[in-house]
Design a protein around this ligand. Structure first.
Ligand code: ADP
Ligand code: MG
Length: 236
């Protein structure tokens, strides 16, 4: 079995004019396929930086980053875009749904734009995903007619639409109330259980962290891995 993510001495520096910021100074970790992992750390610790590199939206300054068996540092710009479109799903804090499209059309969008599926196959896939995230009755509604939790359920379905094997979620519950946040995380966890998709989500909400079976804690530009078992023992 390939690991979903392997990071070896990953460094990321940003240059802003004359000033260089080292966001990550040597990150090492392995994320097994099928993991449900929380990336945890205070604001500015590098969570978005790390998720963007895993999602091939940006690349490491140094080190090796393998995603679903692919060394992503070695991909060309167009190769990275294709790899991202076929293998990786994204869920964002502010949902990023297209306002003029219905819930169903938002889920269908990557199937049209990225993968050009035929219409009948698209319809079947969208119907299945709407049912899985409990949104069949809201299929025709636009984002502004949906609650935050409903919007995030649509976004999760969209992230899974193309058959992505890895879903990256950057603070997916930051704009949701506590109870809705728990439900959205439970939904993601169920999708992991049912589809075997690997989830990596960033958060600083302790209630959400509890749902993960692996914690990647970012501190001082490095990542420390805490298995859930160790965490439970520590709290016992
Ligand atoms: P988090 O998501 O944990 O809040 P980020 O990954 O956004 O953290 O940021 C990590 C560090 O990198 C911060 O010091 C931030 O200011 C810096 N940073 C992030 N993106 C950029 C950028 N595009 N240019 C310059 N510095 C950046
Ligand atoms: Mg961030």
């Amino acid at each position: 079995m390939t690991d979903a993510v392997v990071a070896e001495r990953v460094v990321k520096r940003y240059r802003a004019g004359e000033v260089e910021v080292t966001a990550l100074r040597g990150v090492d970790f392995t994320l097994a396929e099928g993991a449900f992992a929380a990336l945890v750390g205070p604001s500015g610790s590098g969570k978005t930086t790390l998720l963007n590199m895993i999602g091939c939206l940006d690349r490491p300054s140094e080190g090796r980053l393998a995603v679903l068996g692919q060394d992503v540092g070695a991909l060309s710009r167009s190769g990275a875009a294709r790899f991202r479109g076929e293998r990786i799903g994204f869920v964002f804090q502010d949902f990023n749904l297209i306002p003029v499209l219905s819930a169903a059309e938002n889920i269908e969008y990557p199937l049209v734009m990225v993968q050009s599926w035929p219409a009948e196959r698209r319809r079947a896939r969208v119907a299945k995903l709407l049912a899985e995230v409990g949104m069949t009755d809201q299929a025709g509604k636009r984002p502004d007619q949906l609650s935050g939790g409903q919007k995030q359920r649509v976004a999760i379905a969209r992230a899974l639409a193309t058959g992505a094997r890895l879903v990256l979620a950057d603070e997916p519950t930051a704009n949701l109330d506590g109870e809705t946040a728990q439900r959205v995380i439970a939904l993601m966890r169920r999708m992991r259980d049912e589809e075997g998709v690997t989830f990596l989500f960033s958060t600083h909400d302790p209630r959400i962290i509890g749902a993960a079976d692996l914690i990647l804690r970012i501190e001082d530009g490095a990542v420390r891995t805490e298995p859930a078992a160790a965490r439970e023992t520590a709290h016992a």
